[in-house]
Structures are given as structure tokens and as C-alpha cells.
Design a protein around this ligand. Structure first.
Ligand code: 6R9
Length: 631
């Protein structure tokens, strides 16, 4: 494992090489993996079709790279540490040998239940080790996994099962999340009433609650394991065969089933995991995401395991049994690399510092964030109170569609800057576009973020709808992949993601990023979190509406409003001052922690007759509250 940059000059050299000779660059990295047959052609691409193929002719199985190849050296090393929801329950540790045996055995369970190469298998499970085992078992036999986050409703689940015509569903009786128990099997039962393609459901026992088992369709995980051997040779896959489908919401229409393929995804998630975090032998790595999101796929399962790392899976939530849980887990398992989302950081920041300070966090070496722009205040809090000023913060910008990190600091190599994702990783060629579709040269500018050259882990299509793939990502700026995000490139060439461009508000001809305004407002000592949207204004075109949550109720709303306006004026300029500031008890968020600005926009526009789908919200109740206080 030699191709990892460890200094800034090595980064610059690698970056240069990756742009000048991408095929040579990526084939040298790909050679470090186990291939059954080497590829004939490193890259073939055409962003107009669009079509992208990496490592054509190469044959492999990703699980041989995540498991088999580590056994000679790491059979007894811990692969997965599992921390249960209840801190009083026992931790589970699986060595690479144990994980290998369990994956092979469950792969045989899948085969015994009729699964074959190319089948789509839906996984709807809590964060238990069996979830990772199920993912890898699908990959072992060449079945395509489609993991659906176990917080989605039965109709969302049914929609995803039907879109991919899955024939098997893997689930559990229920799952624990904080103080709650969620009956997953009953949600699956309801979904399956509308899913004719599903023939089998394999059900893990987790909560022990009573569930109904449909004769001929539903079988118990443990009964099936008892009948299966743990010898399962890996299926040989083409580099461009499907590895998985993962759904992501678009700005319009039904969720898009993003398709990722075996070879390029493996190479890129492994390379970026090792590079960005500078993972060192024996380190304990913890990503707090759920395997139901791309972050969990790439940076709980495939990236770390293909590296031979020790990856921690956490079943619970940051607030259970109290707001110190994350820090307790860091101390307990001596976590070295900790990777979480800004929304979690802001929530934990709100809690008393004693929740942090009672734990020993000295094992931490690197911190990471993902999912949305991190505001400067949260960045500094994370740096000071969690990293104690000693840990680089890796703000990783990427997407379900990109498969892996795109723009991110490299730990201890790239100088960080609060709220900046900094520089593109080797192999990534960003382009900043103006509104007329022209690529902007130089630095100190802003525009829409595109990528102009393929990278190995990019999504290949939307399952069953290549036309939509083309329209969504390759038509706005022909010949380029359009990310849907806006960004700034500062004088140092550093990138700051300013948020989705559909969130840009144009006030009197000035472009303002929602994240930028939110950031300014968040600087107020009594402000916890802010969401800003635009709404139509007769003269200015658009005006700004800010929804603000506070640490404690303001003594006087108008005084706080004035302070916020002054702050925004000072930080960005008077043009960015919100027209309206509503103090709210909470913001509507998706279960992955993203603020649903679409809903807030409608409320600001006083167009609440059709708020669209609110079923994916974490707490649909906050919407009612906000509507009642609308200004
Ligand atoms: C990995 C993931 C993708 C969208 C992306 C952007 C936002 C993610 C970010 C970030 C600023 C970061 N995003 N990471 N914005 N800084 N470090 O989150 O994938 O769920 O598909 O979301 O999230 O807007 O376009 P996904």
C-alpha cells in the first residue's frame, strides 16, 4: 500500500499526474488490489451519452478485497466493533476471520433462498453487524444490494423495492433507536402488500418482539443459518457489473436509484479512505452514519474493510442515554478517527460541555464531517472541544452520486480552513461555471460546481432511467457532470461549498448562499441553528426569510432580531439581511439530518396548501408549529 500521499508536495505531484495522465494514475492504484483477471482498458468515457467505464475486462469480487486478502495477515484483527444502542449491553467484536466466515455463511443462506448473480436484494435493517454482513454477502454472490434506511415509511420502502424489482427482502423483527423500538417487520409486511416481485423475506431477531411470519415467504435468519455452510467461493464479477443501487432524493420526482459498479467503486473508496484520513495500521475508525446512506456504504463498510481497518458500527443515537454518548463511545473504544455530520455537532454543541469534558478524548487523531456545509461556529467548537486544537478537521464534500470523497482536506497534509472543503483529491477535476454556462478561470470567484473528468466511483446511471440520469446531471452544462451545488473558490484555490444551487437566493440581483447567511446568524451566542430561504418580493425579486432556533428563549424577540440583523450586516453586508426572522422550536429535517428547505420555502411563501411529501421528516410535528408562528 504505497500510493498514498503523505505530504503537501506529494499531493501536488499526485494531483498533477492524475490530471495529466489519469489512466496511468488510476491503473497504478488499481494494481494494488486482488483481481481475478486484469483489465484491458483503464477508461472509456463520453459525458454526452453519458457513458463511463473503468477497468473494462477486469474481473474481481469486492469481498475478496475486503475479506479474503486480509486473512493471511489479519485473521485475528478486529474488523468490526459493534456498539449497541444500550450502553449496558455487550459490545460485539468480529475479527476478519469471523466476519469472513459469517459473510460466506450468509451468502449461502441467500443462495439457499433462491438468490443468484444479478438479482436485486433489498436490505431494510437496523445498525447491527448483520447489516454489514448482509451487504457483503450480496456482493459475495454477485447480487445487487439496495439498502433502504430503516427509518423510511412502508410506502417509501415499497416504492424502492418496486423500482428495482427486488426478489428478496432482508429485515429484522424490529430495531432499537434511543429509547424507542421500531417494528421493522410490520413496516415490511405493509410494504410487501404492494410488491409482487418479492418472493422471500429473511428476518433477523433483534428486539424479540412478536411478528407475523407469512408462510412460504418469510423465514427466520437463525433457522436459515443453521442449515448453511460457511464455505462460499466468491462470484467472479466484471469491473462494470452492478454492485449496488442506492436511492437519493431529487429536487423533483421520485427518488433516483443511483447505480454503482464493482471495480471503480472499490478502487476509489479504498483510495480516498486511506488518503483523506491517513488511516494508520491498528487505528480505530468510527463513522457515525447509518449504512442506509452512501456514507455508510463507502466509509463504514467498503472503504475501511478493503483497507483492513477496524471500523466501528453504532446502533444508537447521539442523545441516548444522554448527550455524552458519542464521547463515551470514543473513550470506551479509544477511537482515533471520528467522522460525523454538522447537524450532530450543532446538536451536541447545544448540550452542556460537561457531557464532553467528563470523557477522555485523547485517542482522537482526525475528525471528519459530511453531509452539508459546516458553519464556522460549529467547526470551531468541534476543533476546540472535541479535537482540543490537535486534530485536523476533514470536511469531506461528496454525494451519493460520486460514491466517494471529492473535495476534502487530507489529514495533516492539507492546511484546513474553517468551513472549507479545501482542495480536490487526486483524480478530481472540478469546474466552476457561471450562469451562462462558461467555465470560470482563476481564483476568487463563485459559481456552480461541475466535474469535467470521470473518476472511478461515479454513478453510472439511474436504475431503469438513463434518460433521467442524462437530464439531471449532464444537460445543464453539456459535457460536464453538474453537482447541483454552488461553491466559491477563494484566492488560495480553496473550495467552499455554499449549498445546493436551488437554495441560492437572488436579492436585488445579488446572489446569496443560504449557508452563508445561516453561518452569519449562527454566530450569535443565543442562536443554535438557522435555516434561510427565499420568498418572492415585489421590488427585490426575492427576500430572505430566516427560521432560527435558540439555546434559550430570548428575553425580547425584537432585540434579538435587531442583533441578528446587525450581525448579518456586519458579516456579509446589508443586502443579506433577512426581511423576516421567525424563532422556532425546531427545523424540519430528513432522517439523514438535512434541512427540508422546500417546506420552509412554501411556508415563507404562505403556500401551505400543498407541502408535498413530509413523510421522510424526522419529526413532522415541527412543521405544524412553524406554520402557526409564520410571520
Ligand atoms: C455524502 C452525502 C449530497 C449533498 C451535496 C451537498 C451536501 C455533502 C458536504 C455537503 C457541504 C460538505 N454536502 N457533504 N455540503 N460540505 N462537506 O452527504 O451524500 O446524501 O447524496 O448529499 O450534500 O449539497 O450535494 P448525499
Amino acid at each position: 500500500m504505497s500510493k498514498i500521499v503523505t505530504s503537501f508536495s506529494e499531493y501536488q505531484d499526485a494531483y498533477k499526474q492524475s490530471v495529466e495522465n489519469p489512466e496511468q494514475f488510476w491503473s497504478a492504484i488499481a494494481e494494488e488490489f486482488t483481481w481475478r483477471r486484469k483489465w484491458d482498458k483503464t477508461l472509456e468515457w463520453d459525458f454526452n451519452k453519458p457513458e463511463v467505464k473503468w477497468f473494462q475486462g477486469g474481473k474481481l469480487n469486492i469481498t475478496e478485497n475486503c475479506l479474503d486478502r486480509h486473512l493471511p495477515e489479519r485473521a485475528n484483527q478486529t474488523a468490526i466493533i459493534w456498539e449497541p444502542n444500550d450502553p449496558n449491553d455487550a459490545t460485539v467484536k468480529l475479527t476478519y476471520q469471523e466476519l469472513f466466515d459469517k459473510v460466506c455463511q450468509f451468502a449461502n443462506v441467500l443462495k439457499n433462498n433462491g438468490a443468484k448473480k444479478g438479482d436485486r436484494i433489498c436490505i431494510y435493517m437496523p445498525m447491527v453487524p448483520e447489516l454489514a454482513i448482509a451487504v457483503l454477502a450480496c456482493a459475495r454472490i454477485g447480487a445487487v444490494h439496495s439498502v433502504v434506511f430503516a427509518g423510511f415509511s412502508s410506502s417509501s420502502l415499497a416504492g424502492r423495492i418496486n423500482d428495482a424489482s427486488c426478489n428478496i427482502v432482508l429485515t429484522s423483527d424490529g430495531g432499537f433507536r434511543g429509547g424507542k423500538t421500531i417494528g421493522l417487520k410490520s413496516i415490511v409486511d405493509e410494504a410487501l402488500e404492494q410488491c409482487p416481485s418479492v418472493e422471500k423475506s429473511i428476518v433477523l431477531q433483534r428486539t424479540g418482539e412478536e411478528v407475523s411470519m407469512k408462510e412460504g415467504r418469510d423465514v427466520w435468519w437463525h433457522d436459515e443459518l443453521a442449515k448453511a455452510s460457511n464455505n462460499c467461493p466468491a462470484e467472479e464479477m466484471d469491473a462494470e457489473d452492478l454492485l449496488f443501487i442506492l436511492y437519493t432524493s431529487g429536487s423533483t420526482g421520485k427518488p433516483k436509484g443511483m447505480v454503482h459498479t464493482c471495480g471503480g467503486y472499490m478502487v476509489y473508496t479504498n483510495y480516498t479512505f486511506r488518503t483523506a484520513f491517513q488511516y494508520k495500521e491498528q487505528e480505530i475508525y468510527w463513522c457515525t452514519a447509518d449504512v442506509g446512506w452512501i456514507t455508510g456504504h463507502s466509509y463504514i463498510v467498503y472503504g475501511p474493510l478493503s483497507t483492513g481497518a477496524t471500523t466501528l458500527m453504532f446502533e444508537g443515537v447521539p442523545s441516548y442515554p444522554d448527550m455524552g454518548r458519542f464521547w463515551h463511545v470514543v473513550e470506551k473504544h479509544k477511537v482515533n478517527i471520528f467522522y460525523t455530520a454538522p447537524t450532530a455537532i450543532r446538536a451536541l454543541e447545544k448540550a452542556d460541555l460537561s457531557f464532553v469534558n467528563k470523557y477522555d478524548l485523547s485517542s482522537l487523531r482526525v475528525l471528519g464531517t459530511v453531509g452539508e456545509p459546516i458553519n464556522e461556529e460549529a467547526w470551531h467548537w468541534y476543533d476546540e472541544h472535541i479535537g482540543k486544537g490537535n486534530c485536523p478537521i476533514i470536511d469531506t464534500w461528496w454525494q451519493t452520486e460520486t460514491g466517494g470523497f471529492m473535495i476534502s482536506p487530507i489529514a495533516d497534509v492539507t492546511k484546513t480552513k474553517p468551513a472549507f472543503a479545501t482542495l480536490p483529491l487526486p483524480g478530481i477535476q472540478p469546474a466552476v461555471m457561471d450562469a451562462d454556462g462558461k467555465e470560470l478561470d482563476g481564483n476568487g470567484l463563485e459559481g456552480r460546481l461541475c466535474v469535467k473528468f470521470p473518476w472511478p466511483s461515479m454513478a453510472r446511471t439511474i436504475y431503469g432511467d438513463h434518460e433521467r440520469f442524462k437530464n439531471t446531471y449532464f444537460s445543464t452544462f453539456p459535457g460536464k457532470y453538474f453537482t447541483g451545488d454552488g461553491c466559491k473558490r477563494d484566492e488560495d484555490g480553496y473550495y467552499r461549498i455554499t449549498g445546493r444551487v436551488d437554495d441560492v437566493i437572488i436579492v436585488s440581483g445579488h446572489n446569496l448562499g443560504t449557508a452563508e447567511i445561516e453561518n452569519a446568524i449562527d454566530e450569535h451566542e443565543n442562536v443554535c441553528e438557522t435555516a434561510v430561504v427565499g420568498y418572492p418580493h415585489d421590488i427585490k425579486g426575492s427576500s430572505i426569510y430566516a427560521y432560527v432556533t435558540c439555546y434559550h428563549d430570548p428575553e425580547n424577540d425584537d432585540t434579538l432580531r435587531k442583533e441578528i440583523l446587525d450581525l448579518v450586516s456586519r458579516t456579509i453586508g446589508p443586502i443579506a439581511k433577512p426581511e423576516k426572522i421567525q424563532f422556532v422550536s425546531g427545523l424540519p429535517k430528513t432522517r439523514s439530518g438535512k434541512i427540508m428547505r422546500r417546506i420552509l420555502r412554501k411556508i415563507a411563501e404562505k403556500d401551505t396548501s400543498n407541502l408535498g411529501d413530509t413523510s421522510t421528516l424526522l419529526d413532522p410535528g415541527v412543521v405544524e408549529d412553524i406554520m402557526q408562528g409564520v410571520l
